[in-house]
Ligand binder design. Sequence first.
Ligand code: NAD
Ligand code: UD1
Length: 368
Amino acid sequence: MPRAKILVTGGAGFIGSHTCVALIEAGYQPLVLDTLVNSDARSLQRVGCITGLQPLLLRCDVRDGAALDRVFAEHAIEAVVHLAGLKAVGESVADPLAYYDVNLAGTLALVQAMGRAGVRTLVFSSSATVYGDARHSPIPESAPYAAVNPYGRSKAMVENLLADLAHADPRWGIACLRYFNPVGAHESGLLGERPHGPPANLMPYISQVAAGEREYLLVHGADYETIDGTGVRDYVHVMDVAEGHVAALRHAAREPGILMTNLGTGRGASVLEVVCAFERASGRRIALRIGPRRPGDAPAYWADARNAQARLGWRARRDLDQMCADSWRWQAANPHGFDDPVPPMQPPWLGADLQIFHATSNLGHSNA
Ligand code: NAD
Ligand code: UD1
């Protein structure tokens, strides 16, 4: 049976590359569309090392309707997983138009091209940021939109655009996944997150402190009304998130309409709990200093995860210890990210039916 082709926009990025692994393991063939503005094509070589199947890279912009038409004409694509976007909150405040352009206009161009091609199954990367500074956790999907920055508002606008589309045309099947805090790395240590410059997010920062690359972690406030005064979030393993896309894809393919669902564990962990878990996983001490609160941070929130379980049959399976262990394995084996050579080992997770490599010359293929 040939594998069904799934277009994965933003597939070279952190969540996209792990989603490619999950899609291949579920029997699909991902085709990656990415400008590489915030990623590295070598992530796809690592996907190939893990699964035996390296996704084709189509290097083009999701806002480019003519290029999208060519992609749909050249490949028999059955569905789209749309992760391409910009995601830095501070940058979105400084340059909101860039965020509305890539995140909103990019999605509009994509669904217009999908409509022209007759492809109407879509999974969209949304974010818990659409809830803004939600006061009550666990947060259910029925909580109102209350995004507090242009990034979050661009995600809420896309959700509204997609809801309008699904209501107007019942041939569409769409799932919007509101991720909480995706962290961790593939268990092989071959694939993970390597931010450009100093990490803005907690887990990559802790990893770099553990590795000796940074001196200490600055804890952004220890005077919140939480278990130990530090901020509480719902950290969810990136491979659980990746597998959530497979469940959502199956759902969107069989059920017309639109589904909005959280992807989280349903549990919160404080900054200090994450630090302790990382120390256990790495055997390293994480030096820290307590600083002031970070502007715009909410004290605490976590997901109501019941809808994803009920509608998608998905729940997070990996705990905080595994998130830290996998982050550390990736960091320790690849201190320079994808600049490090692929570790010479035979991965035990390589399925016998997935041993065929696609030509590596696919990398860098340009459709523009
Ligand atoms: P990422 O930056 O690693 O991945 C995004 C990818 O999109 C990158 O590979 C980038 O090169 C690509 N891209 C950006 N603009 C593009 C364009 N115009 N055309 C084509 N490709 C483009 O980020 P990620 O963490 O993997 O996030 C993926 C998606 O999930 C984003 O939409 C993000 O907003 C959303 N999200 C992420 C998180 C998180 O914590 N990482 C949380 C909630 C939602
Ligand atoms: C941030 C974004 C959110 C995005 C998410 C994942 C903001 C306001 N929100 O969420 O939109 O979806 O990243 O990319 O930027 N912390 C420290 N020290 C650090 C870094 C973080 O103490 O050096 C604390 C924070 O105060 C917070 C927790 O760790 O309590 C998690 O922070 P972070 O990983 O940045 O995620 P969010 O702020 O939840």
